[in-house]
Design a protein around this ligand. Structure first.
Ligand code: EPU
Length: 338
């Protein structure tokens, strides 16, 4: 049965721990419930919140319909010589899926260990870390159109996956309810250990590290840099690492020392936003009840009692300083909910 709660605090449902009120919070538990709720909801008045780990609530009160998709079924739909394919409910906790795949000896999402949030949110911003992205393991994404309840299933190559980007953040933004994501994992694989911090991880200084060693290494790096939302509200990286032109990269390299610039496989150039922010003196600094995390400048935190606007004020002050010092524009990766 679809569960409707009224006048509920959203504090437990967003990892920034912002205390906004939802006049209606609906939870669906299976595909039929999702379809009927989607059919009787309006795209202009519905917000699907998932695990709440990549959003910033800007209003004190939401009069729209907030939706949580609690589908937590994992079905194995193929097992051949090389691959195992699972259809996974949007409400499954992302890290439970990673843990399951690692325990089964399957390759594909091990570097994405410890990312908070649900499976349904993973394709929206194409979660990524330590040189791996969810997109490379996703086969298709299913759900329903909000308004009509019409089902959709989109193959990964049509999801327009990019760095922290997909069709669900663009053409389909606020238009669909994601209910299931299908993942294809590899039985044989090569570990992806090229990412800076992984190279020096103690768990990986052996001749044949396992999937589980990678998971442990990733979890300990994350624990050392990223705050636990239950202790300090946050939404992981608040900003995306910006793409810059060759001219901008030359300018930065000629003007500053040891600039963390990364040339992508496709030739695009990215610069670490955390470095830009730290160079502006923001690391560990506060503005009202919002602050920049002292161990990772990409992460903004709620020191307690912050409203969405307090985080926005800090975000804007940082963007302004980064633009002034480096002439580089940084943008939030977190989803702002008005
Ligand atoms: N750096 C600084 N100061 C900082 C943070 C970073 O100088 O405070 C520089 C360092 O030179 C470092 C470089 O930035 O070498 C890269 O830093 P890090 O390895 O910590 O990664 P990141 O680019 O800051 C990205 C993801 C994280 C992900 C890590 C590890 C984005 C927006 N963020 O951060 O993702 O965990 O790589 O792969 O791409 C998230 O999306 O919520 C998230 C935490």
């Amino acid at each position: 049965m679809i569960l409707f709660n009224h006048n509920v605090s959203l504090k437990p449902f967003n990892t920034f721990r912002i205390d906004a009120l939802a006049t209606e919070l609906a939870t669906v538990h299976d595909n039929d419930e999702a379809q009927s709720l989607a059919a009787c909801s309006s795209p202009d008045n519905t917000v699907v919140i998932g695990g709440g780990s990549n959003l910033l609530l800007l209003s004190d009160v939401y009069n729209c319909r907030m939706v949580r998709v609690g589908i937590d079924l994992i079905q194995q739909i193929l097992d051949d010589n090389d691959h195992v394919v699972f259809r996974v409910g949007a409400g499954v906790v992302w890290d439970d899926l990673v843990n399951m795949s690692v325990n089964k000896g399957l390759y594909g999402i091990e570097n994405l260990s410890g990312i908070p949030g649900t499976v349904g949110a993973a394709p929206i911003q194409n979660i990524g870390a330590f040189g791996q992205e969810a997109a490379s393991a996703i086969q298709s994404v299913e759900g329903f159109y909000i308004g009509s309840g019409k089902p959709f299933s989109i193959d990964a190559d049509k999801c327009n996956f990019g760095y922290r980007n997909s069709i669900f953040k663009n053409e389909l933004k606020n238009k669909v309810m994601i209910t299931n994501v299908t993942f294809k994992f590899n039985k044989q694989g090569k570990l992806n250990l090229d990412y800076g911090a992984l190279k020096s991880a103690p768990e990986l200084q052996k001749s044949n590290p396992s999937l589980s060693d990678v998971r442990q290494a990733v979890l300990s790096i994350r624990n050392s840099k990223l705050p636990d939302p239950d202790v300090l509200g946050n939404a992981g990286s608040f900003f995306k690492n910006p793409f810059i032109s060759q001219e901008q990269a030359d300018y930065l390299n000629n003007t500053f020392e040891k600039v963390p610039i990364f040339v992508q496989k496709d030739g695009n150039i990215k610069v670490a936003a955390g470095w830009l922010i730290e160079q502006c003196g923001w690391k560990g600094k506060s503005l009202g009840p919002a602050a920049v995390h002292d161990k990772q400048a990409l992460v903004l935190v709620n020191k307690g009692g912050a409203k969405g606007q307090d985080i926005v004020n800090l975000c804007e002050a940082i963007r302004k300083d980064v633009m002034k010092k480096f002439n580089v524009e940084i943008s939030p990766e977190v989803n702002f909910i008005k």
